[in-house]
Design a binder for this molecule. Structure first.
Ligand code: PLP
Length: 419
């Protein structure tokens, strides 16, 4: 029995899908301790958009540590943090005419979400938040209350309150204009809906199964929030930092959320960093009112700054992500067409892609078959019925083709008879 089985909690999950012990990783490939390589089309659930041990970011972090740069600094002022704030402002905010203030809420996505929810409630004096079916916002109690998955919600141990789910785009299969329900409930004084402080939304639901909100839906949501005086929070923890093409996933819709949550790939190197961006008028915090020990992990600032300078001063990465995303999308559509009996559906935007299977069991078998052939990908969706394809954005064309060929093989091995 391994030490993992002996003393690590039963709560562990990814290691059950990939039961080997990993040791090294570069770019889109991760190696186990025996030197067996795997193409990584999971990319740290979106935390490794620039690949494993990206050499440019690695050098910046090594140089910083080598010169005894401050590692831990709470929210004290450091040179690394100043460089990050200046670079984020010049590279990300200014070109998009965004004037957000930047809050460091703690490193995890859930930290960024908790801060957003707290702030929305503080600003509006209202308690209720609107979330969407199949949303995923994290495991802390506030974030969990706006998360859909019943297994995860069940882990809370207390009632999860002050959140009301509405249908996400296309939840009703396009048969009913799902957006109308929310608007109707808001307008109807007899609906029983508490006046919401905020709406929290992912533009593409990652954990929820790669459910893509159309730009029209997002625009309507943003307009509705403005009309009704409800704050719009976009949780870009997984889809931000270029996963769908542009730096922010909401850019395609041309909307400007009131609050934006970032984590995962904002740390550049897989290092922990979270941000909550807020419209300046919303910055009503008292000093220290929302606090935390790990809000100044300087090697993460260094890696993030380097990533912004390397990948976000022009649109090269954005264009290549869109092109590669189209390529994956075509490959998945072809697969769906090749197995007409299996009811497969391709979905996604940019390099957040998914293939919907009839059930979670089949999707799980496909991911397992992919692992046996040297590819990491995971399932998503309420019953794990979507095989999710999220390579690093820096994946090469050759690696992408190699990975897609494995997906093809894995589907054939699982569904062979249905072709
Ligand atoms: N929000 C979204 C959209 C996510 O996908 C995730 C994690 O997958 C989170 C929040 C929570 O992030 P973390 O696991 O870092 O707390």
């Amino acid at each position: 029995m391994s030490v993992f089985d002996m003393i690590e909690s039963e709560v562990r999950s990814y290691c059950r899908s990939w039961p080997v012990t990993f040791d090294r990783a570069t770019g889109s490939r991760i190696f186990d301790e025996n030197g067996q390589g795997y193409l990584d089309f999971f990319a740290g659930a979106g935390a490794l958009n620039y690949g494993h041990n990206n050499p440019i970011l690695k050098q910046a972090v090594i140089d910083y540590i080598q010169r005894d740069g401050v590692t831990h600094s709470l929210d004290m002022q450091t040179v690394a943090k100043r460089d990050f704030l200046e670079t984020f402002s010049e590279t990300v905010l200014a070109p998009r005419e965004l004037d957000y203030k930047i809050m460091f809420p703690g490193p995890a996505g859930a930290n960024a979400v908790e801060a957003a929810l707290k702030l929305a409630r503080k600003v509006t004096g209202r308690e209720s938040v609107i979330n969407f079916t199949n949303a995923f916002h994290g495991m802390t109690l506030g974030a969990l209350s706006v998360t859909g998955n019943s297994l995860k919600r069940g882990g809370a141990g207390i009632p999860l309150v002050h959140a009301t789910p509405m249908p996400f785009d296309n939840y009703l299969d396009g048969l009913t204009p799902d957006f109308m329900l929310f608007e109707r409930l808001l307008k109807d004084s007899g609906s029983g809906l508490n006046e919401p402080a905020a709406v929290i939304v992912e533009t593409v639901q990652g954990e929820g199964g790669i459910n893509v909100a159309s730009v029209e839906w997002l625009r309507s949501l943003s307009e509705l929030c403005q009309r009704q005086g409800i704050l719009l929070i976009v949780d870009d923890v997984q889809m931000g930092c270029g996963r769908t093409g542009p730096f922010f996933s909401f850019e395609a819709a041309g909307i400007k959320p009131d609050i934006v949550c970032l984590s995962k790939s904002i740390g550049g190197f897989g290092l922990p960093l979270g941000l909550t961006l807020l419209r300046p008028e919303l910055d009503v915090w008292e000093p220290g009112e929302h606090n935390g020990t790990f809000r100044g992990i300087n090697p993460a600032f260094v890696a993030s700054t380097e990533a912004l300078k390397t990948y976000w001063t022009d649109d090269t990465l954005e264009k290549s992500t869109l092109a590669k995303g189209e390529q994956v999308g075509r490959a998945l559509t072809d697969l769906a067409l090749a197995y007409p009996e299996a009811g497969l559906k391709a979905r996604g935007r940019g390099l957040a892609r998914g293939l919907l299977f009839a059930d979670g069991d089949t999707a799980g078998k496909v991911c397992r078959a992919a692992f046996d052939r040297g590819l990491l990908m995971e399932t998503a969706g309420p019953d794990g019925e979507v095989a999710k394809i999220m390579p690093p954005l820096t994946v090469t064309d050759a690696e992408l083709e190699e990975g897609l060929a494995i997906v093809d093989d894995a589907v054939a091995a699982t569904l062979g008879g249905l072709r």
